[in-house]
Structures are given as structure tokens and as C-alpha cells.
Design a protein around this ligand. Structure first.
Ligand code: TRP
Length: 456
């Protein structure tokens, strides 16, 4: 077993890959990707998304993992150590803190939405959707959102499971959880795609996802696709940086980065192939929005033979995917707290989880009692945004691209070439040159543009 500065590390390359893919594959793939492509006209988003993953996200992922492994500690301490050894300003430590805080903030709302999927596992199993129509499915979803107590409980259950896993440590907790859940997730997903292929309008689904209407690509689609690519691959903040700190030295960062990004994209596409053929077979609306899988799909589950079983499997898939991601959102804060002398993983994890739950109540109330409360109404960009909208905006549209840009600048411009060559395990050949070009010129520029557009 590899030890990084006396810490527990992953037991193998495969364990790391499972954990990192588990982090990447989540609500972003199964909930957000299908509805975002649905709303924005399908193939156009998919093609821009793929371009972003290859040109921007993968190069930054190289950088994020190499910082994590070279630093060998929590994002904050890794950045501080690297700034020192590379002779850069000590304030680069703030980039690590940005990552830790962003991951924590994402967790606060992620757990609420993951709670919906837990609620839906139980609703489907009990046959709540049998024979239901659109109005009925909408009423069930609205009913769930309208009840803050209920939401807070599901949010607590999900956060509790996350804390339980993370509290047990890297090998006993994270590694065990992902080795069970990630393969199950793939099996469930393939069953669902198989079902959609046999019983759904598969051709229409495929066309919708892959037929690219280039006239639909505009600044807004690019913006959405970039944000989605970052969020989906878990890049830009401390999550994979922290996972990188536990990575054995002999593992090739370029290779695992490509595997992670490819697996994540594959799952997003498979989720689309499981969902859209069913949507079309039942004459439902692909552009439904965030309610696509919670309102639209239950109608189909309620009508199809064996729908209770298929539906339960679907929401279980969603919950599993969310859990392997939420643990990577809690780990950065835990890894930093654990660095304080005498602070033990168990209590620290429980405290961080409790804090995230508490802050998450802001998201819970955003769907009911505080739905009309938009604290930043004075600013045009933020007018009408609930607390949930604001946290989501701040993390996905500000902190992720900002973190990504800083990682690109630090690894591309500020670290010595010899350091990055060494950590990536590459020779100064084509692969390295391409990476260095992308991370120095392409990623920061694309991100700066995204940033400028976002804030106007
Ligand atoms: N990638 C996950 C998803 O698609 C969410 C996630 C986990 C994440 N860790 C992250 C997003 C770190 C950004 C950064 O649902």
C-alpha cells in the first residue's frame, strides 16, 4: 500500500479509478445532462460538451491530479506546499481553500436533491406511480417539494450515509463503497438501456442525442456545455485534487484522467439512451427541464408493464450515483480538518456533515417556505434567485470555472516544467507538448470568456 506523507492511500490503481469515476458519475450525468440537453435541443449540446471535455476539462484534470499527488495533503496544504517548493506566492494556498469551500457548498444542495431520489425509491417501490397521469405525477413531485420537514429528513438520511462512509476512512469507507456501488450502477444502467432499446423509441432517442443541428449552437449553449462538463467530470475544485493526494506514485496521471473523463461521458450518454427512448415512446416532452426524471419518467413507469421494478431500479441508480459523488464532496473538508493535530476522522466527518446539512436547509426552504425569498434582489444578475439558485450559481458558474482557470495557470505557467514533467510521468514529447499548450493557452482563455459572459 502506498503511503503519502504518512496518510492512508488507495490500495490500488483500480481502487482510485473506481473512486474518481464514482465522483464524476452522479446527479450531473443522470439528472442534469439529460434535462439540459433536452431543454437546449439535444445534439448541439452534446457536441459542444464533448469538445469542452477534450480541450478544457481533461487538461485541467491532469493539473488537478498532479497538484494533489505532488502536494500529498488536503487541497489547502498541498497548494501551500507547492507554492513554497515552486517559489511562488504563499497566497496560492487560497486556491486550495476555494476548492474545499466550493466542494462543501456543492454538497449542501447536492444532498437535498439526492434526498429526492431516495424519496422516489420508496415511492416507486410502494407503487405510488401505478397508472398515474401527468397531473398526478406533477402533484406528487410538488407535494414532496412543498414539505420542508420531509425534504429535510431525506436530506438528513442521505447526508448520514455520506458521513458514515467517509468517516470510515479511505480504504474501509470510500474504497469499499465505490467497489460495490460503481459496478452495480453500470449493471443497472445497462439493464435500463436494454429496456429502452427493446420497449422504447430507441431510434428517436439516438437521433435526439446525436443529430446535431449546428444552428442551435450559440454563446448560451457553449456556456451551458462548459459548466456542465466541469460539474460532470468533478473538475475545478478540491474533490479530485484530494483524491489525487492518495494516489500511488507509479500511476500515470494522463492515462487515468482520460479514463475518468471517458467513463463519465459514457455514463451521461447511456443515461440519455435510457431516458429519451422512454420519453418518446410515451409521447412525453424531452424539454421538460429539471423535472424530467422526477415528473416525466414516473408517468412512463406508471404505464409500462413491470414499471414498478424498472422505476425502482432507476431511482436506486440515481441514489448510488449521487452517493459515490457526495463522498468526494465531503472528503476535501475532512482531509483538511484531519490535518489539525489530535483531530480524528470520525468526529471531524460528523461535524462537517452536520454543518453541510444545516447550510443545506437553505436549499430545502428554497422550494417551499422561502420560494419567494431572493436575498440579492438588488443586483440584476441575481434578481429572483432563491438561496438554492444562488448557491448553485456561485459554485457552478463562479467557483468551478475560477478554480479551473487557477489550476491551469498554476500548472501551466507557474510550476517548473521539470516538476510537471516528473509528476505526469511523461517525456518532453508530443503528449506533454499538447497538454502544455492546452493548459497554458486554450483552457484559461475559454474559461475567461465563459466567466465574462456569465457575469454579464
Ligand atoms: N460530478 C458529480 C456529478 O456529476 C458532482 C461532483 C462531485 C462534483 N464532486 C464534484 C462537481 C467536484 C464539481 C466538483 O454529479
Amino acid at each position: 500500500m502506498q503511503q503519502t506523507s504518512g496518510r492512508e492511500g488507495w490500495s490500488s490503481r483500480l481502487a482510485f479509478l473506481f473512486a474518481a469515476i464514482g465522483s464524476a458519475v452522479g446527479l450531473g450525468n443522470i439528472w442534469k445532462f439529460p434535462y439540459v440537453t433536452g431543454v437546449n435541443g439535444g445534439g448541439a449540446v452534446v457536441i459542444v460538451y464533448l469538445g469542452c471535455v477534450i480541450l478544457v476539462v481533461i487538461p485541467i484534470l491532469f493539473g488537478e491530479l498532479l497538484i494533489g499527488r505532488r502536494g500529498g495533503q488536503s487541497p489547502a496544504n498541498s497548494m501551500a506546499a507547492l507554492a513554497r517548493s515552486e517559489g511562488r506566492h504563499a497566497s496560492w494556498e487560497l486556491l486550495g481553500w476555494l476548492g474545499i469551500i466550493a466542494a462543501f457548498l456543492i454538497l449542501t444542495f447536492y444532498s437535498v436533491i439526492a434526498g429526492w431520489s431516495l424519496a422516489y425509491v420508496f415511492k416507486t417501490i410502494r407503487g405510488a406511480f401505478e397508472g398515474i397521469d401527468a397531473a398526478g405525477a406533477g402533484a406528487i413531485f410538488d407535494g414532496l417539494l412543498a414539505d420542508p420537514f420531509n425534504l429535510a429528513m431525506w436530506h438528513a438520511l442521505f447526508m448520514g450515509i455520506t458521513v458514515f462512509v467517509v468517516g470510515r476512512g479511505i480504504q474501509q469507507g470510500l474504497e469499499r463503497a465505490v467497489t460495490i456501488m460503481l459496478p452495480s450502477l453500470f449493471v443497472i444502467l445497462l439493464i435500463l438501456v436494454g429496456y429502452a432499446a427493446i420497449k422504447g423509441e430507441f431510434r428517436l432517442g439516438v437521433d435526439f442525442l446525436f443529430a446535431t443541428d449546428f444552428s442551435k449552437i450559440d454563446a448560451n449553449v457553449v456556456l451551458i456545455a462548459v459548466g456542465q462538463a466541469f460539474f460532470s467530470v468533478s473538475v475545478g475544485i478540491g474533490a479530485l485534487m484530494t483524491y489525487g493526494a492518495y494516489l500511488p506514485k507509479n500511476v500515470s496521471i494522463p492515462r487515468v484522467s482520460c479514463v475518468i473523463a471517458a467513463a463519465d461521458t459514457l455514463v451521461a450518454v447511456l443515461a440519455g439512451l435510457a431516458i429519451f427512448p422512454i420519453v418518446f415512446a410515451y409521447g412525453l416532452e424531452p424539454g421538460e427541464g429539471p423535472g424530467l426524471i422526477f415528473v416525466t419518467l414516473p408517468i412512463a413507469f406508471g404505464q409500462m408493464p413491470g414499471g414498478t421494478f424498472i422505476g425502482t431500479l432507476f431511482f436506486l441508480l440515481l441514489a448510488f450515483a449521487a452517493l459515490t459523488s457526495s463522498i468526494s464532496l465531503l472528503e476535501p473538508a475532512v482531509s483538511r480538518l484531519e490535518e489539525k493535530r489530535g483531530w480524528k476522522r470520525g468526529p471531524v466527518t460528523a461535524a462537517a456533515g452536520a454543518a453541510a446539512w444545516l447550510v443545506g436547509l437553505g436549499t430545502v426552504f428554497s422550494f417551499n417556505d422561502w420560494a419567494g425569498f431572493s436575498p440579492l434582489d438588488g443586483f440584476p444578475t441575481f434578481a429572483g434567485k432563491t438561496i438554492f439558485d444562488l448557491v448553485e450559481y456561485l459554485t457552478s458558474n463562479v467557483m468551478l470555472p475560477l478554480g479551473g482557470m487557477m489550476i491551469a495557470i498554476f500548472t501551466g505557467w507557474l510550476m517548473a516544467k521539470s516538476s510537471t514533467l516528473d509528476e505526469l510521468g511523461l517525456k518532453d514529447g508530443l503528449v506533454y507538448q499538447v497538454w502544455r499548450f492546452l493548459v497554458r493557452f486554450v483552457s484559461p482563455v475559454v474559461l475567461a470568456l465563459v466567466f465574462a459572459f456569465n457575469l454579464t
